[in-house]
Write a protein that binds this ligand. Structure first.
Ligand SMILES: NC(=O)c1ccc[n+]([C@@H]2O[C@H](COP(=O)([O-])OP(=O)(O)OC[C@H]3O[C@@H](n4cnc5c(N)ncnc54)[C@H](OP(=O)(O)O)[C@@H]3O)[C@@H](O)[C@H]2O)c1
Length: 251
């Protein structure tokens, strides 16, 4: 697809992978809008890249989502690319019983429900526009789960499945559906849990993910599988147990 002259909304674009994507898309000559919950981090992103448009929005909050959509319709009517990137990652221990419910439900809402609802809101708006696309950011953990993060992994597996279905459902609509599948990336997604566990490998740089994404989008690679995620994704069912044990031994 053409990677300049687009108007792109990146949810969760204030830090990490979203911010690196924003920087790369700006460099390619696109108009970029980012949204996230923390205003101070949006302001920091804007001071680094003054061309960015920013908006405070919790994508799991229906009123915020409606406000975001109406703002885009009135101020950025050319918008043609939606990137569902906002996400959180939590350790959830079901041995604790009902006390985990709120955390689990909110993780599912942000990681899965929000991309689904935003897709439904934006598809009629994107329809008929040149070079339109939805890009969902899932994870290598969609394919091999980590026992300590059952909701995160389930939300990403659901997002993968949804992305495959949506791509086929929209194939005659002109809207391309991509899925970005990163490996471990050195961001603050886990709120320092990896560092606190003494884990040495924090993953690759978000800039590398952004660079590979840009190249893959140019070639219309619908599943953009980065680095180690390729090994995880290509496991056959018989490899699964080894992969599961390997992934879980690192935690
Ligand atoms: N880092 C990894 O190892 C890795 C691997 C595979 C996939 N991914 C995926 O990549 C995506 C980006 O994560 P990241 O690693 O770049 O982490 P990050 O630096 O923590 O970025 C997450 C972004 O999402 C925003 N966000 C979180 N909840 C939100 C909500 N309810 N509404 C709006 N914005 C929200 C955050 O800002 P606020 O908190 O201020 O809202 C932040 O801008 C996620 O979907 C993640 O699952 C990450």
């Amino acid at each position: 697809m053409k990677l300049s002259g687009n108007t792109i909304l990146i949810t969760g674009g204030s830090t990490g992978i979203g911010l690196s994507l924003a920087e790369s898309f700006l460099k390619e000559g696109n108009e970029v809008i980012i949204c996230a919950r923390r205003e101070e981090l949006l302001a920091e992103a804007k001071s680094k890249f003054p061309e960015l448009h920013t908006r405070v929005c919790d994508v799991s909050n229906p009123e915020d989502r409606a406000g975001l959509f109406n703002w885009i319709k009135s101020d950025f009517s050319n918008l043609n690319i939606l990137i569902n990137n906002a996400g959180i990652q939590r350790e959830v221990n079901f041995k604790k019983g009902s006390e985990i419910i709120e955390t689990a439900v909110s993780e599912m809402r942000i990681n899965f429900e929000s991309p689904v609802v935003l897709s439904a809101m934006f598809i009629p708006f994107l329809s008929g526009k040149e070079n339109s696309a939805i890009i969902n950011v899932s994870s290598g953990l969609a394919f091999v789960p980590i026992a300590g993060m059952p909701i995160y992994c389930a939300s990403k597996a659901a997002l993968h499945s949804f992305s495959v279905s949506l791509r086929h459902q929209l194939k005659d609509s002109g809207i391309k559906v991509f899925e970005l599948i990163p490996p471990a990336v050195d961001t603050d997604l886990d709120k320092g849990a990896r560092k606190a566990r003494g884990q040495k490998d924090f993953g690759i740089k978000s800039e590398v993910v952004a660079e590979e994404t840009i190249n893959a989008l140019k070639n219309d690679e619908y599943e953009i599988v980065v680095g180690f995620a390729k090994n995880i994704m290509n496991n056959s069912r018989s490899d699964f147990e080894n992969a599961f044990n390997f992934m879980n031994s690192r935690r």
